[in-house]
Every structure is written in structure tokens, then in C-alpha cells.
Design a protein around this ligand. Structure first.
Ligand SMILES: [Zn+2]
Length: 327
């Protein structure tokens, strides 16, 4: 109760600063791009870098199609589990996410990379950036590292989103900071019944920064997907990073259960000297299948009952014979 009271006041005890509590939405808007990969044979060996990874370049071609809204958290999971060495998979991912980063300097790319349009509430002007396989791999490593920090060392992560560097800092640090906060600089209100704050990411780069900061803001817990082991955040807590992993895991569980049931079925048959062939034949006749692997859990249950009945008949017969002998 105290929580609500404290934060619903629009003016804090410090009368010089006003605070408002607002709902914030953070959609991702995809700028359509068609990606291709080209080889730059002039790239020379740099120590500590894989030459092949620096030689292959992802090149964007900006399209004029409609802007699509996507879930930034799902995009992050997809990026974290992306196998960048798989060219088809990576191109599919890039085509899905759209622009990865924007270079605002004039003449920073070919005409086919130029973006000059309204995207959601933002006006985007610049060039879709191209980058090497190596750069994308480094971005993925960095994102993985940040997810681990989110899990175990939030203070460190918070510090990386702190105030701008000191004015004497290197230019590259100023640029780095500005690039990191770019998406959040475009915070604005959409006036519906209530004003809703909107932070809108339009590049993969911004998506990574916004999702992390929203996670810090909400105190999100980090989960590790039980199927693909990627780190992700979800509310409420989930076992899998997406539906695909959930379905794959459920299917695996299901197959393991079937295998276990089949094993028990044959063990039961073995105990009562009912040959495997008889059990198989009975299942083909009962359920019209050509293989035991086609049976469902319920059908295997039925088959177990059949084996048990058969075993009971056999033991009755045995007992009878035994009785006959002893009488
Ligand atoms: Zn997963």
C-alpha cells in the first residue's frame, strides 16, 4: 500500500524536481532491408582476429516496404542463439530484424543503404551500416556477456549505462555512449486515454540496449532456456526461450516417455514368456499401425493391459497344470 502512495504523487518532497509515473511501451520497428554477404579479398590479417570472419561482409539494401512491429525481447533471444557461421541462418535473421545499425554521417554508405523516412514516431535519416562476420560475432559475445552481468553483476551493467563520459574522455568513448543511448533519447508520449511513454528501437543495436535497460528497470530475473541454454528474461518465469524450444523439448520428453513405456512393455512380456513378436503383432492388429513407434501413450497403456491379461491367463494355465500334477 505504501508503495503506491509514495509513487502516485506527481511532486516529490524536493519541490524543484517533478516526477511523474507513466506506463512505458517499448516496441521494435523493423525497417525493411534485404541482406547479402560479399567477400572483400583485400582485407589483411590482423592479430587476434580470424581473417575469414573479417573478410566476409554483410551488406544491406534498404527497401521501401512497410514498417513491421516486432517483439524486441524475442529478437534478442534469436540473436543470442544465432549460429553466425551458418550463412543462411544469419541472413534469415538479418532479413527478419531489418537494419542492424545506422550511420548518421553523410556519405557513409552507398545510395542503396540510404534511409530517409518516418519510422513509427521517429524520423530516421542516415545509412544502414554494413559490417563483417567478425563484428557481428563480437556483438553477440558482448550481448552474451551483458546477459551474464544481468544475471550476476547488475551494478557493473548499470554503470555502463551511466552518465556520459567526462569531457576529457576519448572521442570514441563519447561516440560509444551516444550510440548506446540513442534509442532512449527518442522517448516520447503517445496521448490516448492516458499518456503512454514510448521508447522505440529501430535497429538490432538499439534493441540490445533497450531490452537490457528495461530489464534493469523492471528488475527482471534471468532464466536459462532448458532446451538451447540461451539466457532470457520473461514475466512470468518460463522454462523455454520461445515456443520452438518449448515444442522441441516437449517432443523430446514425449519420445523418452514412449521409449520408457515400450521398454516396460517388453520387460513385462519377457517376465511372462510372451515373445516380442506376439506383442508387436497384437499392436498391429489392435491399432492398425505398421510399427510400434507409431503408437500413442494411451495405446501403449492399452497394450500393457493386454500383456498383463495374457500373462494372467498364462499363469492361470500354469497353476492349473501344477494343480493337476499335484492332485
Ligand atoms: Zn531456447
Amino acid at each position: 500500500m505504501g508503495y503506491r502512495k509514495k509513487y502516485s504523487k506527481t511532486i516529490t518532497s524536493d519541490s524543484s524536481i517533478r516526477h511523474v509515473a507513466v506506463r512505458v511501451d517499448f516496441p521494435y520497428f523493423r525497417i525493411p532491408v534485404s541482406w547479402s554477404v560479399i567477400e572483400d579479398p583485400d582485407v589483411e590479417e590482423v592479430e587476434g582476429k580470424n581473417l575469414q570472419d573479417e573478410r566476409w561482409v554483410f551488406v544491406p539494401e534498404v527497401k521501401s516496404g512497410p514498417i513491421k512491429q516486432l517483439d524486441p525481447f524475442k529478437l534478442r533471444s534469436q540473436f543470442l542463439k544465432l549460429d553466425i557461421d551458418d550463412e543462411d541462418q544469419t541472413l534469415d535473421f538479418l532479413n527478419y530484424i531489418g537494419v542492424w545499425n545506422i550511420n548518421e554521417q553523410t556519405g557513409a554508405g552507398a545510395d542503396s543503404m540510404r534511409i530517409e523516412r518516418a519510422v513509427g514516431h521517429r524520423y530516421v535519416s542516415g545509412y544502414a551500416a554494413y559490417f563483417t562476420v567478425g563484428e557481428l560475432k563480437r556483438a553477440q559475445k558482448r550481448a552474451e556477456h551483458q546477459m551474464r552481468q544481468l544475471e550476476t553483476n547488475r551494478d557493473k551493467l548499470r554503470a555502463s549505462f551511466g552518465p556520459p563520459p567526462h569531457q576529457d574522455a576519448e572521442e570514441v568513448d563519447h561516440l560509444d555512449h551516444a550510440a548506446r543511448t540513442r534509442a532512449l533519447n527518442d522517448f516520447h508520449f503517445e496521448w490516448k486515454q492516458q499518456p503512454i511513454g514510448v521508447i522505440q528501437a529501430v535497429t538490432g543495436h538499439e534493441m540490445l540496449s533497450v531490452t537490457l535497460q528495461i530489464d534493469l528497470f523492471t528488475g527482471a530475473k534471468v532464466d536459462v532456456c532448458e532446451k538451447c541454454h540461451v539466457r532470457f528474461t520473461a514475466d512470468p518465469k518460463r522454462r523455454y526461450c520461445n515456443d520452438l524450444c518449448m515444442r522441441a523439448a516437449k517432443q523430446k520428453e514425449h519420445r523418452a516417455k514412449l521409449a520408457e513405456m515400450k521398454k516396460k512393455l517388453f520387460a513385462l512380456g519377457h517376465e511372462f514368456h510372451i515373445p516380442k513378436g506376439d506383442i508387436k503383432k497384437a499392436s498391429y492388429e489392435k491399432f492398425g499401425v505398421a510399427s510400434l513407434t507409431k503408437l500413442k501413450v494411451g495405446q501403449l497403456d492399452e497394450l500393457a493391459v493386454w500383456v498383463a491379461n495374457k500373462a494372467e491367463q498364462k499363469s492361470k494355465y500354469k497353476n492349473k497344470k501344477w494343480e493337476a500334477k499335484t492332485v
